[in-house]
Write a protein that binds this ligand. Structure first.
Ligand code: HEC
Ligand code: HEC
Length: 78
């Protein structure tokens, strides 16, 4: 009986923490492309960004941890 309760609590804690981490992730801005303006000045679309940052396609820059996000510039342009 005691063991089951412990498991339930543990599951709840994990769900709670991952839920918060997700919200924090969306609230945070990533690093800005303005740290490398020469490389990025002509990039405007997600397709262009992924051309150099898609982890599955020979990335030239650091691979993005989230290739399926849309609107890269919303989070990486300031
Ligand atoms: C021509 C290839 C190319 C394109 C297109 C490109 N990047 Fe990059 N990006 C790079 C390279 C190379 C670096 C690494 C620069 C370095 O570390 O010297 C980089 C670095 C970054 C970084 C890390 C910045 C930091 O401070 O560490 C982010 C975030 C990033 N790019 C996002 C984007 C986004 C968003 C787009 C689309 C608007 C984009 N990139 C388009 C090549 C590209
Ligand atoms: C909702 C905001 C958001 C969107 C949209 C977004 N990113 Fe990010 N990105 C982040 C955050 C926050 C981080 C840093 C956290 C991490 O590394 O997991 C990050 C990290 C990165 C990194 C790693 C930088 C490094 O130095 O390792 C790259 C590259 C990147 N993003 C590229 C992109 C590309 C390309 C797109 C569009 C397909 C995109 N991001 C869309 C928020 C976002």
């Amino acid at each position: 009986m005691k063991k089951i309760r412990k498991q339930i609590l543990w599951t709840a804690a994990v769900l709670f923490l991952s839920g918060c981490a997700h919200t924090a992730y969306l609230g945070f801005h990533g690093k800005s492309i303005k740290s490398f303006p020469e490389i990025h000045k002509s990039a405007v679309s997600d397709t262009q960004c992924l051309g150099c940052h898609d982890p599955d396609n020979n990335p030239q820059g650091p691979p993005t941890p989230h290739p399926d996000f849309i609107g890269c510039l919303k989070c990486h342009n300031d």
